[in-house]
Design a protein around this ligand. Sequence first.
Ligand code: G4P
Length: 531
Amino acid sequence: MSNLTQEINRRRTFAIISHPDAGKTTLTEKFLLYGGAINLAGSVKGKATARHAVSDWMEIEKERGISVTSSVLQFEYDGYCINILDTPGHQDFSEDTYRTLMAADSAVMVIDGSKGVEAQTRKLFKVCVMRKIPIFTFINKMDRDANDTFDLLDEIEKELGIATCPKNWPIGSGKGFKGIYDRDKSCVIIYSDTEKGTREGETLEIPMEDEERLLEYIGQEALDKLKEEIELLDGASAEFDLEEVRRGDLTPVFFGSALTNFGVEIFLQHFLQMTTTPLPRKSDVGVVEPVENNFSAFVFKIQANMNKAHRDRIAFMRICSGKFEASMEVKHVQGGKIMRLSQPQQIMASERKILDEAYAGDIIGVFDPGVFSIGDTLCMPKEEFAYEGIPTFAPEHFARVRQVDTMKRKQFVKGITQIAQEGAIQIFQEYNTGMEEIIVGVVGVLQFDVLKYRLNNEYNVEIRLEPLPYEYIRWIENKDEFDLDKLTGTSDMKKVKDMKGNPLLLFVNEWSVGMTIDRNKGLILTEFGRN
Ligand code: G4P
């Protein structure tokens, strides 16, 4: 095997999706601990910085430190080179959170065992389904009282529409948490609190045949219950099929406690074996294989103004094929220019470093003088192709934008258009009027503050935002078959168009979406727009 193939095949690039507080940060920390990337868990990001005030974007940038400036954490474990993509959560949930999933080859879904499937997980899960990437489930916080295990699995299946296959099974929860049963090995791994997870766990494994020791460690009641549950489980759960996992139709489920570092390494090991090497990607000249082709990449995220003094932007790109070397020339397909990527960098656990080389599967950040857009392709100078664009995700919050000083119209239009091009916000116009009325849509409410702040700071324009009641936006898939003037919906439906003139519909609730589809035979509405 060539060095290139070896390097690419040992890469695993994934995102962790979860609802805030389910334990994403804690789990990431423990992964890094096993990878030897940090010595003591607790150093990825302080909790205090995670809970920032929403008021000042620049402050937020500063405070968020590594959690945002690092869009990816790379570390080594057991011969694998692992890239974890950060999906910003909390108030900074935005389109970027969704876009990050476009760069991942699989996703780890962290669920709080006492809460089950929560709103943000549901949203992110939809994007994984759209991409058909494998999803691995870690049910966390088993050291706290958790919901019934069968109910949890049932909820995942019903709410998310994916079959589940538990690879291990919890024995009790909360104060009665005794450990997990490994279904492949048919043994029990005894729970131990590793000094709040600050050191690697020792694993005491007891085979199911060794009843005497099991009784000693978990007791009669827990053992009887476990046996009963295993029997039920063997009869009821889906067969494990790696192909189904890879297609995203079946999720392997693991249990543990990230905080006390229990079940984490077991999960990591199984996950690394089951997840894929960097996946091929579709382009306008067909599928591009990671190992067979020259360097190529696409931009999935642009981070603007991380440093006010420099007004710089960093474009994050996912390498899809071949090897990147810092000195080489590449073609920016959409810009039609041959260039050297400036200051290519990678984030290693807790530090940024300028890199010399990177491989398919890796994420690199490069200095962007304002030439890149989300979805752009980079390839070798002699080649020319473009990767499939990144979809536009449905905003859920809308506001009408009013300028405070109407004399600054030009500045305003320039600013808001540029910010929209970066992909931080989406802008719409009333269907039948000109640029006068601008409606802005965002995925996360923090983006409203970011917009206000940036227009003021960078373009010297003050705006007022008037919230609108809409929460659902739909693209019209078959827009050529419909005369928008004649389209009838519920009375609270609003017709708008995007900057390219595509018609869209805004709704206050899901019921109105359904009614509108009913009233207009053949109308196809979608949640994801195409660039
Ligand atoms: P997030 O990134 O998904 O938002 O979650 P994060 O890891 O920050 O965890 C949220 C809270 O849940 C933290 O507590 C964390 O310590 C706790 N937690 C994470 N995993 C487990 C677990 O397996 N068991 C238990 N019992 N708790 C867990 P916090 O009180 O908000 O913060 P801290 O002050 O304890 O750090």
